[in-house]
Design a protein around this ligand. Structure first.
Ligand code: FAD
Length: 351
């Protein structure tokens, strides 16, 4: 695995222009958006507005189509409870958003790329704030980079743009980075590109001598699936301290092997599966609350890879069965019934 992390200072932030499709309503949110313009408030010049009579007329498939077509985000400026056409407009709109976010996740896109908020006829400032938030989001880009992923992170005064992949071919990372930069409007001409291997411990490397114990990156302890290294640097530092304080520093490699090494082997297997079949893994994993909770536990160091793999394998039949029953319930009794089935099974799973 290799990273290439160009950090563009201020200029990049100026050149990053998120393309955002806004659905607004003729009577209420349109005047609010117009007011933002006439009051000279600043928001992305990449905003394109489509006006409709009522938010509930939006189709979830339009949103997926917009994201696939190159928009970075979609914002629904809804009427909320003030809709002149339908008293239950906001309930319907929430349902559309839930369905569209599900479509996005199944298509390998982040659900956060769709946002909705009520924008009134004088809500110029809230509108610009919502649009600004699209530019402030963390972007993880999967499915586009062979056996890896890319990211765009806004920092306080610059953007951090990077790419990581398992065993990339010569020049592949640079080409992938250029593609991502072009798509997100980040100019790379003067960027300083920096790259290095992410060290993955394979249990063969010596990590201790009689007078030194290696921890963190020096011991090659980055996570094999996510590439994150801070958690394992802290964990290995603790194990090193524990070995020294116990008067048996020679036991440190065994502690690492037991607490980290074994999990690494499972993590490598999972990484291979995910980065070779990202779309399938996304479709089955991202909307599955059992799996998202397992990963949150892993990031918080409450669960390790063997447990996560067990949860993935164990929850898949339950998830597929639940989705099948929910689809049937939705077909027979409408979307409320479908959501009822889901919440019955998933309550607590996604928390
Ligand atoms: C672009 C990028 C993005 C990353 N993103 C994430 C992320 O989002 N989440 C995550 O968990 N991990 C991330 N990582 C990995 C993470 O930064 C490292 O795994 C982690 O910092 C390792 O901690 P460490 O203490 O082992 O090493 P380091 O943080 O590298 O600390 C080693 C320190 O030793 C100092 N040093 C080196 N040689 C000497 C010397 N001879 N004398 C004195 N001091 C010396 C260095 O200057 C450095 O300060 C990222 C890495 C990169 C490159």
């Amino acid at each position: 695995m290799t990273t290439l992390a160009p950090e563009r200072l201020r200029e990049a932030e100026r050149t990053f222009v998120p393309r955002i499709l806004v659905f607004s309503t003729n009577n209420i949110s349109d005047p609010g958006i117009d007011l933002a313009g006439s009051a000279h408030m600043t928001y992305s010049p990449g905003v394109v507005v489509i006006s409709l009579p009522c938010t509930s007329g939006i189709r979830p498939s339009w949103i997926l189509h917009a994201i696939k077509g190159g928009f970075d985000g979609v914002f629904i400026a809804s009427d909320g409870d003030e809709c002149a056409y339908l008293p239950d407009c906001s309930t319907r709109a929430s349902r559309i958003v839930a369905q569209a976010q599900e479509l996005l996740v199944k298509g390998g896109h982040q659900s956060a790329r769709l946002k909705m908020a009520a924008i009134c006829s004088v809500c110029a400032e809230p509108f610009t704030r919502h649009i600004q938030q699209f530019g402030d989001a963390l972007w993880f880009i999967f499915g586009d980079i062979r056996h890896g992923y890319a990211w765009v992170f806004p920092k306080s005064d610059h953007l951090s743009v990077g790419i990581a992949a398992l065993h990339p071919k010569h020049g592949e990372l640079q080409a992938g980075l250029a593609r991502v930069a072009a798509r997100y409007g980040v100019a790379l001409e003067d960027a300083q590109l920096r790259g290095h291997p992410i060290p993955i411990y394979l249990r063969r490397e010596p990590i201790a001598t009689a007078r030194a114990l290696l921890v963190g990156d020096a011991a090659g302890l980055a996570d094999p699936f996510t590439g994150e290294g801070i958690r394992l640097a802290i964990k290995s530092g603790r194990l090193a301290a524990q070995a020294i304080l116990s008067g048996h520093p020679e036991q440190y490699p065994a502690l690492i092997h037991q607490d980290i090494g074994v999990c690494h082997t499972f993590g490598l297997g999972l990484a291979w599966l995910f980065y070779h079949f990202p779309r399938l893994c996304f479709a089955l994993g991202a909307p599955n609350p059992f799996i998202t909770r397992a990963f949150a536990d892993m990031l918080a160091d409450r669960a390790d890879y063997p447990l996560i793999i067990l949860q993935i394998v164990g929850s898949l039949p339950i998830y597929l069965l639940t989705e099948g029953i929910a689809a049937l319930a939705g077909w027979l009794g409408g979307s409320e019934r479908r959501e009822k089935v889901r919440s019955l099974v998933y309550t607590g799973a996604g928390k």
